[in-house]
Design a binder for this molecule. Sequence first.
Ligand code: SF4
Ligand code: SF4
Length: 343
Amino acid sequence: MTSTTYTLTHDNLNALLRALVAAGKQLHAPQRVGPKVFFKPVNDAATIVFDYVQTAESPKSLLFPKAEFLVSYRQNSEGMVVTDHLQKEIPEMILFGSRPCDAAALSRFVQFFADGHADAMVTQRRRALTIISMSCIASDPACFCTSCGSSPGDTTGSDLLLTPISNGRYLVDVVTEKGQSLVAANEALFEQAPTIVKDSYLATVEAVFTPEEITKRLATSFNDPIWKNASLRCIGCGACAYVCPTCSCFTIEDEGNDRTGDRLRCWDSCAFALFTVHTTGHNPRPTQTERWRQRVMHKFSYLPETNHFLGCVGCGRCSRACPADMNLKEQIIAIAELLPAIG
Ligand code: SF4
Ligand code: SF4
């Protein structure tokens, strides 16, 4: 649809969020926990945090929980009762305050799970979710969205995108039909915008590499010695994958006995030594070198080749979270400098 713009005052934004909660929607928004900011369920819009560059974790768990039951069985006096958790109803949810890179990431994440054997849960949760993102008016040195196909005012993946402008007001980009319906249902809160160009209000994030160039260079790098040095500091903790909005690795766990049990799907990470261990004991990625190579190659080489998008939006969370100071932006720049240019 053609993007339409409105303005919204801060008071009216709070009124909108209160109205959504009163209408029974689950609101998830940035909340401060100690020195960090996380997306959490919110009942009172007054507790929402606005002055953050990026949340510590991504909002991915709204589409793909860290752990979820798939099926359970319980034996009772009448026999075995089997519960298919995939049939349960999904509540209507609002994600408020996601950055444009996160909305772009969720869009790629949904596309990834829609390819081939489509994952019904991820698709249904996205249908039940309305994304109201907030443009970035500040960035930090870990941000590199403009090198990964996004930007501080990118509308991709959002239903509405709010940009803070002067006098405590927001410019509202209406991006989807879902966003338009939300505005229409609360139209008294919105004002038609005169021509306002949001660019001058946005953070500046310098592009530091061209993704197509990186993808080309990585195509011949599988056996290159660069991976050894590049991975030396990585301790395989998986923090980078757990904060990432695009990482999609999971494992299936069965727990129980002959009378009661559950099958769960849980997040996993290619950084973990056990992730690729075969039942024979053989591990095709025996050291952190092969695991780090997999992480970079999957995001910057394999996904562009197979799915036509990067597996990274440059949100910078992995660099901020890494206890070993593995900075992905710096790593990509260094790798590009060491690999030969491909014509
Ligand atoms: S967070 Fe850092 S140390 Fe941990 S697995 Fe990722 S790159 Fe390695
Ligand atoms: S790889 Fe790092 S910078 Fe890229 S999307 Fe994931 S967490 Fe963000």
